[in-house]
Design a protein around this ligand. Structure first.
Ligand SMILES: Nc1nc2c(c(=O)[nH]1)N[C@H]1C(S)=C(S)[C@@H](COP(=O)(O)O)O[C@H]1N2
Ligand SMILES: [Mo]
Length: 415
């Protein structure tokens, strides 16, 4: 990590760095103006990451794919919790975290061609005027699993960790939109967040995506101010975030300040071109068709993770192990999860729980007895309630490397 981006020319922590640190600590640094030049507070040295890392109070085992902007993922075994805690949650930023956030002055504006009249709410308006709901929602980056595609595609080379299921609290977008009043021609919404383009040019948009009005009006689509019962962490969208479970997490806009209700498909940054799109017709790996032959990714495909044990575990012969993991299927529910330890020749059922609520992930466990000494791969395969299964090795290749829902595997040794 480049220290010069944290310190100003005189060698003191930049105001923006201090604001970020305060956000991470949940409180201001007292006597910050007394800190010596070049000094980095202890709390930001003990993250265990190779370099001091002020953006993240994150588990030391997280893997940094990129620090400009921050893209960070947990290895699969860190996703073992039923509800993903903040310190183990992946980060996908397209730009720079906003510099200064004044929660007292934060507003949400609803505008666009298809509102009867634009309307603006303060955070306390939102909390007072609408009923509050809490849901566990799966947010998976559409690029999760990209590193598994051959030939390799451009973009962050995520393994399997760009997915989370946290508990989000806020108000229903549909209640806000009912209060604003929509015209009959409303077909899409688009969000705008306060993050800065990597060039620091405020005129350049970072990301502004959206969903069809039908998805926007679902009960579980939230405008949220809390995650896991606390203020949303700065990196994950503090103080306000759109949360749309089951779809590419790129539609869940962080640092939310505006939602536009559109009379056409939203055309914000990363809605156009080939971003978050896949070819309408399957292509041969390596073939990149023209733009007009792509469609926008909507519900994410069925997928599962093995979160216990971790790859590299050693088991004594005859000792049973209980595997654990989660499974999810975009807008659908998961019907079954099976596991195999013989490269998919035979499969055994797991115990699969119902989701806490629609669009939450489902937990599964399986008791396994590995029959002889040696190296094993354990594979997990989920099937959704429409009968669609995870592919064993690789799904349909696509030029941007999205939606890789191939079976997750772990390697263990029996000794
Ligand atoms: N404002 C804003 N919202 C954003 C992004 C962003 O860069 N800026 N990234 C999106 C993408 S691509 C993903 S995958 C998720 C990541 O959410 P997380 O960092 O909280 O895990 O946020 C989405 N919302
Ligand atoms: Mo993403």
């Amino acid at each position: 990590m480049d220290r010069s981006s944290l310190f100003n020319r005189r060698g003191f922590l930049k105001k923006s760095t201090l604001a970020t640190m305060a956000g991470m600590l949940g409180t201001k640094i007292a006597f910050a103006d007394h800190m010596p030049g070049g000094y980095l507070p202890l709390a930001f040295r003990e993250t265990g990451l190779a370099e001091p890392n002020p953006m993240l109070i994150k588990h030391k085992d997280l893997i940094v794919l990129n620090d400009k902007p921050w893209n960070v993922e947990p290895p699969a075994y860190l996703l073992d919790d039923a509800v993903t805690p903040a310190d183990k949650m992946f980060i996908r930023n397209n730009g720079l975290i906003p510099d200064s956030i004044d929660v007292a002055k934060w507003e949400l504006t609803i505008n666009g061609e298809s509102v009867k009249a634009p309307k603006t709410y303060s955070l306390s308006d939102l909390k007072k005027r609408f009923k509050t709901y809490t849901y566990q929602l799966v947010l998976e980056c559409a690029g999760n699993g990209r590193s598994g595609y051959a030939p390799q595609t451009a973009g962050n080379q995520w393994s399997d960790g760009a997915v989370s299921c946290a508990e989000w609290t806020g108000v229903r977008l549909k209640d806000i939109l009912a209060d604003v009043g929509l015209k009959d021609d409303a077909i899409y919404i688009g969000y705008y967040g306060k993050d800065l383009h990597i060039s620091q040019d405020p005129a350049k948009p970072v990301i502004s995506r959206g969903v069809p009005i039908k998805k926007a009006l679902e009960d579980e689509t939230l405008v949220a101010w809390a995650m896991n019962g606390k203020d949303i962490p700065l990196t994950h969208g503090h103080p306000l975030r759109l949360v749309v479970g089951g779809w590419p997490a790129s539609v869940s806009g962080k640092w939310l300040h505006t939602i536009a209700v559109r009379n056409k498909v939203h055309d914000g940054a990363k809605m156009t071109g080939k971003s978050y799109k896949v070819p309408i017709n399957p292509v041969q790996p390596g073939v990149d068709p023209p733009e007009d032959q792509f469609k926008i990714i909507e519900s994410m495909p069925v997928k599962s993770l093995i979160t216990f044990p971790k790859t590299g575990a050693t088991v004594d012969l005859g000792q049973p192990i209980t595997l654990r993991g989660h499974a999810w299927a975009g807008d659908r529910a998961v019907k079954t999860v099976q596991v195999s330890f013989d490269f998919g020749s035979t499969w055994q059922n797991t115990k699969l729980q119902a989701p806490k609520n629609r669009l939450a992930w489902q937990h599964w466990t399986a008791d396994l007895k590995l029959p002889q000494k040696g190296y094993y791969e354990i594979w997990a395969r989920a099937v959704d309630d429409a009968g669609v299964s995870q592919p064993m090795v690789m799904p349909q290749w696509n030029p941007e490397g999205y939606c890789n829902n191939a079976c997750h595997r772990i390697a263990v040794k029996v000794v």
